[in-house]
Design a protein around this ligand. Structure first.
Ligand code: SF4
Length: 166
């Protein structure tokens, strides 16, 4: 028997029943607060996603934070150099749990056009764990929005991700 079967018929259109875990996942996935790391050109597209034309606020994700302590999503947009890697890792470690990471653009994913350069990290997953990779050089704002919606699904249904990862 499902828990919903215990609700009297007269209340079914007025009462919502869920688990605390489900409520937390719903709340987290609908109100991600991003900490941005605009390292180079991809950052312009990230800024456009929050501006009027693409209006990231429609999804509840517009509260960009300047402090890692107030953020639960780290968007890394651009080319990461080895010199910049320790501060980036420190910012990630200063974020409270649960926290998520989006790698935006080819440079963040795998070094992009600078992958062979001695100074460039060939993918931020060498430094911090990444939840969603967004391809492109640069990805358009729609791609970032799509990536955030994919992250939303991942937060709501972690069991699907664990299953496909096996
Ligand atoms: S992926 Fe392309 S647009 Fe983005 S930071 Fe690298 S070179 Fe610039």
């Amino acid at each position: 028997m499902e828990i919903v079967d215990l609700v009297p018929e007269v209340l079914k259109n007025n009462v919502m029943i869920t688990t605390i875990d489900g409520l937390f996942k719903w709340a987290r996935s609908n109100s991600l607060w991003p900490l941005t790391s605009g390292l180079s050109c991809c950052a312009i597209e990230m800024m456009c996603a929050a501006a009027a034309r693409f209006d990231l606020a429609r999804f509840g994700y517009e509260v960009f934070r300047p402090s890692p302590r107030q953020a639960d999503l780290f968007i890394v947009a651009g080319t990461l150099t080895w010199k910049m890697a320790p501060p980036l890792k420190r910012l990630y470690e200063q974020m409270p749990e649960p926290k998520y990471v989006i790698a935006m653009g080819s440079c963040a994913n795998a070094g992009g056009p600078f992958a062979d350069a001695y100074s460039v990290v060939p993918g931020i997953d060498k430094i911090i764990p990444v939840d969603v990779f967004i391809p492109g050089c640069p990805p358009r704002p729609e791609a970032l929005i799509y990536g955030m919606l994919q992250l939303k699904e991942k937060i709501r249904h972690p069991e699907i991700v664990q299953r496909t990862a096996k």
